[in-house]
Design a binder for this molecule. Structure first.
Ligand SMILES: NC(=O)C1=CN([C@@H]2O[C@H](COP(=O)(O)OP(=O)(O)OC[C@H]3O[C@@H](n4cnc5c(N)ncnc54)[C@H](OP(=O)(O)O)[C@@H]3O)[C@@H](O)[C@H]2O)C=CC1
Ligand SMILES: N[C@@H](CC=O)C(=O)O
Length: 426
């Protein structure tokens, strides 16, 4: 039986999960595959952080990335260290040394993925990255294999575990934002710096990767109107509940007439929809496609063993390619020109909230197109649902409510956008 040697970059939440699963699943792998894995070395940033870490006997712990990427015995490098520049240098060096790559690094894949993937293709090595989107959910393999022959029209995802954990804790346990975020960090869901999680950037990176697989279109960060969850207030969550809605950080990409409309931000989801019930660290991706209709894929979107399981499935695919001499096939070969449009330009319905003193009833009554209700907890807080309106009308409506220091906020109602009107498509 062939031994395939692995080098690991990073021994944090994900790296530790990989070490655990390589050990606990070794017997099953030996029973089902023609090869076994050996973890030869692990590189970290600071050796002092890892005094008490237990590695398999004989595994080398180093603080030099080059000990891994330049080691001629290593066949596969698993990159679980994050960052953009140092990870890119390490991965490119490993590819040039003929090693296949597995990465969980969506920041790098979304921003410099195409360049590195071409390098891997030319070098005839594998490069898989299932763990980079939605942690434990095997969504990229589903899109690139099971749905390869179907025409996908829309993907709607809850694809940041930290943001979903925070919103759920605020909504269900009444926790404040800071406490909920600290818990998500403690559980290993958040990025080393959680800014990207809470500002919608991590979800945007994942949407960019998903869109390449689903639509063949490669968006960039500036193409996607993105907002985070930092301004979602407990009062907004409560008024959504009162109206039968749940607030989630959504990532949406919808293709119509070759144009890709996208959006990342908090949205209110009608309770009847499956995505409204995706809580905590769970992620979900609803895929609409012509042949299959709607399918929804749910599971843990972050955490040690769920993410490591995605990495192990990539390891098995790579190991199989190495044994059969098949390395170099692309994970995703679907490519079309990108025609990016903001989904925020599409007419849709909104949840509007107004807070402030004074006779709010008379103010909101002046806008009869919105079905208003007073929040159960206070006189000075009203919320309402608009009909389908375009963005300019929404801005006008908010401006008319925003007088005398009143706080006005709005959230789009998920899926209230209909077919994109001709004038928006132009
Ligand atoms: N956490 C999760 O649930 C998920 C994370 N990911 C992605 O996986 C990757 C890793 O995440 P996670 O495990 O949470 O991160 P952590 O911050 O927990 O761990 C990062 C590890 O990488 C090491 N490291 C960082 N920079 C360097 C460097 N320049 N050279 C060598 N080692 C370095 C750190 O070393 P040291 O310990 O010495 O500081 C640490 O061991 C990221 O790309 C993340 O986005 C993807 C899906 C889910
Ligand atoms: N920080 C990310 C980890 C997985 O990608 C998240 O919270 O989803």
């Amino acid at each position: 039986m062939e031994t395939i040697t692995i080098g690991l970059l990073g021994l944090g939440t994900v790296g530790k999960g990989v070490v655990t699963l390589l050990q606990t699943q070794a017997a099953k792998i030996a029973r089902t595959q023609d090869f076994r894995f050996k973890l030869k070395s692990v590189a970290v940033h600071n050796l002092a952080h890892h005094q008490g870490d237990r590695l398999p006997a004989g595994t080398i712990l180093t603080d030099k990335v080059t000990d891994v990427v330049d080691d001629p015995e290593i066949h596969i490098v698993v990159e679980a260290m994050g960052t953009i520049a140092p990870a890119k240098v390490a991965i490119c060096q490993a590819i040039l040394n003929g090693k296949s790559i597995i990465s969980a690094n969506k920041d790098l894949l979304a921003t410099a993925g195409e360049e590195i993937l071409q390098l891997a293709k030319t070098a005839k090595v594998d490069f898989f990255y299932e763990a980079s989107v939605a942690g434990g959910i095997p969504i990229l393999r589903v899109l690139s294999s099971c749905l390869e022959t179907d025409q996908i029209t829309q993907i709607t995802g809850i694809i940041n575990g930290t943001a979903n954990y925070v919103l759920t804790a605020m909504d269900r346990k009444g926790q404040d934002y800071k406490t909920a975020l600290a818990a998500a960090q403690e559980l290993g869901y958040a990025e080393a710096d959680p800014t990207n999680d809470v500002q919608g950037i991590d979800a945007t990176y994942k949407l960019i990767i998903l869109s390449r697989f689903a639509f063949g279109q490669s968006l960039s960060l500036k193409d996607v109107p993105a907002q985070g969850i930092t301004n979602v207030s407990p009062a907004q969550l409560a008024s959504a509940n009162q109206l039968g809605l749940k607030v989630k950080l959504l990532a949406v990409a919808k293709e119509e007439k070759h144009q890709l409309f996208s959006f990342v931000g908090p949205a209110a989801i009608p309770a009847a929809e499956p995505l409204a019930h995706v809580n905590g660290v769970q992620n979900a991706i609803a895929v609409q496609s012509d042949a299959l209709g709607e399918t929804t894929y749910t599971g843990p979107g972050a955490g040690a063993t769920p993410t490591a399981n995605s990495i192990l499935s990539d390891l098995l695919a790579t190991g199989d390619d190495i044994v059969k001499g098949n390395c170099g096939r692309e994970f995703n070969s679907y490519r079309k020109p990108a025609i990016a449009k903001p989904l925020t330009a599409v007419p849709q319905r909104y949840l509007i909230t107004v807070e402030g003193t004074g006779n709010l009833l008379s103010i909101v009554s002046n806008i009869p197109t919105v079905s208003w209700q007073q929040q159960a907890t206070g006189q000075d807080y009203w919320s309402g649902l608009t009909p389908v309106i375009d963005h300019d009308d929404l801005e006008q409506l908010c401006a008319s409510l925003r007088q005398s220091g009143r706080q006005v906020a709005f959230l789009p109602i998920a899926n209230s956008w209909q077919t994109v009107p001709e004038k928006v498509r132009e």
